[in-house]
Design a protein around this ligand. Structure first.
Ligand SMILES: [Mn+2]
Length: 299
């Protein structure tokens, strides 16, 4: 069987578990869009994990609410915090118990249920997960993730972080954290203690970690807007609007994903992202988004 899995930490841990339970000869990493758009050949000899369903596949595992369906499919779907947890529950095999700690960490990482310290000073599995996002090129990422599957299957997190390649990537992310901690403060404005606006345009290419860091640095501010240029399409300006990831206590009628979908974007209740072409139009929509946040009533 081939395994087609998500090119992220959860997709990789899903692969580790499925490799123990099924005969898997090849692992392919990809993104949800590739499955949606039918850009990959799929047959009944394929297992899909942490990605949308395709009717040609032999088995499917997922946990994303937007991919839910009521078909009778071999495999499993449930609204767990990670696809790895769905797979663990499905097999109920004591052989997988040695991965319990790894699955716990995957739940935290995939649902972004971090503690502030996990972002400011990541350690163990979280630092390993962050070490995977410093690589920009998808082919390089795939090579790294394939090696990581073997490392995570056989080594402790401490041992993995001693591997030169991992150590280098982990140090890069720790340096990024130090660098962005200061610079984010100069790029961010806070309005009425209600929302932050982090404008990363004209900045140096913003590291993915910066988008987490701003939440940790302003962890009490209920909402946030992050503005940045698209890496692939410099003519696009991306607007990310969200609840603060550290204010799980706040829940209002505002649905960030639905809001973003009005402009061709998407997401879920607490985070939405959309892209706008043209500086003027982006400016208008940034102001509109601020207005929407201003009007939200907090208890
Ligand atoms: Mn996932």
């Amino acid at each position: 069987m081939r395994l087609i899995t998500h090119r992220d930490f959860d997709g990789m841990v899903s692969a580790i578990l499925l490799k123990q339970m099924e005969q898997i000869d090849k692992i392919i990493f990809t993104t949800p869009n590739v499955i949606y758009r039918n850009k990959i050949y799929i047959s009944k000899h394929d297992i899909i994990s942490d990605l949308p369903y395709n009717k040609k596949c032999g088995m499917w595992f997922d946990h994303h609410i937007t991919n839910k369906n009521n078909l009778n499919i071999k495999g499993s779907f449930s609204l767990e915090k990670s696809c790895a947890q769905v797979i663990y529950n499905y097999y109920e095999n004591p052989y997988l118990d040695k991965y319990k700690e790894l699955i716990e960490a995957t739940n935290t990482i995939d649902s972004a249920e971090y503690e502030i310290q996990d972002i400011l000073d990541p350690k163990s599995y979280i630092l390993i997960a962050f070490s995977c996002i410093v690589i920009e090129n998808p082919w390089e990422t795939d090579k790294y993730l394939l090696k990581m599957i073997d490392w995570l299957s056989t080594k402790t997190p401490e041992e993995i972080l001693e591997i030169p390649e991992v150590k280098e990537n982990a140090e890069k992310i720790l340096q990024d954290i130090e660098f962005y901690k200061d610079i984010i403060k100069t790029w961010t404005t806070i309005e009425d203690n209600k929302f932050f606006v982090l404008d990363m345009r004209n900045g140096k290419q913003a590291s993915k970690i910066a988008k987490f860091l701003v939440h940790a640095l302003y962890s009490t501010v209920p909402f946030g807007i992050i503005i940045y240029e698209s890496k692939k399409r410099p003519d696009l300006i991306k607007i990310n609007v969200s609840y603060n990831m550290f204010r799980k206590d706040i829940n209002t009628d505002f649905n960030a994903g639905e809001y973003a979908s009005q402009y061709g974007g998407g997401g879920h209740k607490r985070v939405g992202v959309f892209a706008i072409k043209g500086k003027e139009r982006a400016e208008t929509l940034i102001e509109k988004t601020k207005d929407i946040l201003r009007k939200i009533k907090l208890e």
